[in-house]
Write a protein that binds this ligand. Structure first.
Ligand code: 5AD
Ligand code: SF4
Length: 359
């Protein structure tokens, strides 16, 4: 191992140049990076993995992100929206199987009806579980008032990926119109944090036009923003999207996977006690992808508990696996030597320290 990387790994804080070097490292250096992140995970998290039963309750989306298979402009997919009853049934499944938490995710829609409906659903699920199920929402950009209503109804975590924290890169992967504003996204993230949510964000890795400098800035952004949760995954083309036709200059899918593992390891070293998701996109590349993400420092898995008949339609990217066909087994296959912490919320202890609220 050359001294460069040993020197970097021993530092309290990383500079952008340090992170770029870590992202590029190979061989013995790469082993040292993963060994360091394993050491930090063991110390700050323990060998535990928490579950969020993922309910992809609707693939209807008002936006047109250039990379996403469920974008409004894609007419090649069948749109669906689960009934309230189906959502509650899935939440009940999570409760009975001691998942501890659920995550409600959908395409992005902003309307009074959507706000009212989600508020009621969150309240119902809180009541039916006597407060036992933790609820994460991931339903995009909304007004501060809406975030507040959902928080007061009982949702306490929110995932809103920045997708790219560099404004120019953001503009290249989104239509340039008011509905896809980088600044609104930032404002929303801030508003979530101000409302009191455990706030999560993340980026896609291996996007066209993305550089190692961009990725280093993404990590510095997340650290600077003091996020509580991180969800990052490799970019995977979807044939029916505009970005899929810009594939020149892309890293190979294996390189994107490896780079994602490094991003996970580096953010674990930088932020230590946050929750990091082992994303489904990792599993789309390798069947044991989530397991590899856990070895690199992730501590959250989101077994898909959406009713099976809808799963094929929530296709964000090509080859998205129909995961967790038998959800009760799925956790066990993705563990990498860690143990599932059944029946507990698994809140990020980072949030507790940031806000002074004991977890
Ligand atoms: N490749 C990888 N991830 C994608 N997402 C959307 N499209 C893609 C893609 N082509 C991710 C985005 C979004 C989440 C719901 O899915 O990061 O936030
Ligand atoms: Fe809609 Fe989210 Fe896909 Fe963008 S990434 S098109 S907001 S589901």
């Amino acid at each position: 191992m050359d001294n460069g990387i040993r020197h970097i790994l021993g530092k309290k804080t990383f500079t952008k140049a340090d992170i770029v070097e870590l992202l590029m490292c190979e061989g013995e250096n790469k082993k040292a990076l993963f060994a360091k992140s394993a050491e930090i995970t063991e110390k700050y998290i323990g060998r535990k993995v928490w579950l969020r039963g993922l309910i992809e309750f609707s693939n209807i989306c008002g936006k047109n992100c250039l990379y996403c298979g469920i974008r409004k402009g894609n007419h090649n997919i069948e749109r669906y929206s689960l009934s309230d009853e189906e959502i509650v049934q899935a939440a009940t499944f999570a409760l009975r199987n001691s998942y501890g938490s659920i995550a409600l995710q959908s395409g992005e829609l902003e309307s009074c009806n959507v706000t009212d409906r989600i508020e009621k659903l969150v309240r119902n699920i809180k009541n039916l579980s006597a407060g036992k199920l933790g609820i994460t929402l991931s339903v995009g950009e909304q007004t501060p008032e809406t975030y507040k209503r959902w928080f007061e109804a009982g949702a306490h975590r929110y995932l809103l990926r920045m997708e790219a924290t560099n404004e120019l890169l953001y503009a290249k992967i989104h239509p340039n119109d008011a509905a896809h504003s980088f600044h609104r996204r930032l404002d929303c993230l801030k508003s979530l944090q101000d409302t009191g949510y455990q706030t999560g964000t993340g980026v896609m890795i291996g996007l066209p036009f993305q550089t190692a400098d961009n990725l280093a800035d993404d990590l510095l952004f997340m650290n600077g923003f003091d996020i509580d949760m991180c969800g990052m995954g490799p970019y995977i083309e979807h044939a029916d999207t505009p970005l899929a036709n810009t594939s020149g200059g892309l890293l190979s899918i294996e390189q994107r996977f490896e780079l994602t593992l490094k991003m996970i390891a580096i953010i674990r070293i930088m932020m230590k006690d946050i929750n990091i998701v082992a994303s489904t996109a990792m599993q789309a590349i390798y069947p044991a992808g989530r397991e590899r993400a856990i070895s690199a420092g992730a501590n959250i898995i989101m077994p898909n508990i959406t009713p099976l008949m809808y799963r094929g339609s929530y296709r964000l990217y090509d080859n998205k696996p129909i995961t967790d066909v038998r959800p009760e087994n799925s956790a066990a296959t993705a563990l990498a030597g860690a143990e599932v912490a059944y029946g507990s919320w698994g809140d990020s202890s980072h949030y507790g320290k940031r806000t002074g609220i004991r977890q």
